[in-house]
Design a protein around this ligand. Sequence first.
Ligand code: MRU
Length: 345
Amino acid sequence: MKALEWLGNTLRILNQTKLPVEIVYRDAVSYQDVAEAIENMEVRGAPAIGAAAAYGFALGALEYQGDRDGLSSFMELVQDRLEATRPTAVNLFWALRRMEDRFRECREIEDLSEVRRVLIEEADRIAEDDRRMNRLIGKYGNEIVPEKANILTHCNAGALATVEYGTALGVIRAAHEAGKGIHVYADETRPFLQGARLTTMELLRDKIPVTLIADSMAGYLMQQGKIDLVIVGADRIAANGDTANKIGTYSVAVLAHAHGIPFYVAAPTSTIDLKVASGQEIPIEQRPDDEMRECFGVQTAPAEVKVYNPAFDVTPAKYITGIITEKGIVVAPYSVNLLKLMVRS
Ligand code: MRU
């Protein structure tokens, strides 16, 4: 099951808001379609958002009707619209920057169809890089997974959150493929239920043993000795290692620390943002109130109740045992080691 697929001049997006009940696709033919799909969380997960935005940028060039002179200002509008969709995952800005750089390199090319070809090629490369990085994250991550591990994960950092394979679930997949007796506890991940709806579905499809728990059960399971390891994904990693991920990740990290359980973050280097010194500078998205008052159309709270709905939180670096990337595993001191990692080819 693919989160997104490029069909030549259309981006086919699996509408994840309908999973696991229905399989519905949006065939995006414009950059506005892609922007809407990201905003509505039809496509979600940091690397998948980045790749979708890259194709959205290419779609902008495809749909442009004017002459060559007007293309640059149109592409600025396209980029602004796509950048305004979701603020926390840095992969969105990383991918759009790559597309922007590639577009700038086309300034001498007069032929619009050649510019479009170059942009589609760059979006394909971003998607291909993500596939490759996730496999490597799986390979490195497998080294820290013990035999017969019970692994807790939060949200969905799987194939559905990436172009393929996943980051946290990529590590879990690699360990399972290596024959280690893996069992996963999946936090349901209120309020959007990415764990309940997406992570369990992915793991069941791959025949990886999984048990669904409510977020509030994680501490109890740790106290009972039922969790050996926690692995989560990331939306943005600051230069000092502080990591933004789905709301609730911080609570899991503190619990893991209190119980002496290793807590790993798995993410490609496209999620590392050295321009942000610490987690305090990471913008945290606020989602619509109704996501808290309703659960997929069913009212679960008084319609008039006041709501607070931050979509992400920041886990301080001191709670993170290691960050698993496609270049290897980074440990503290993160300020030094993340910088070294990023300059290494
Ligand atoms: O709001 P979402 O579903 O986009 O949030 C997703 C997460 O927080 C993931 O853990 C993160 O993006 C990593 S995905 C490989």
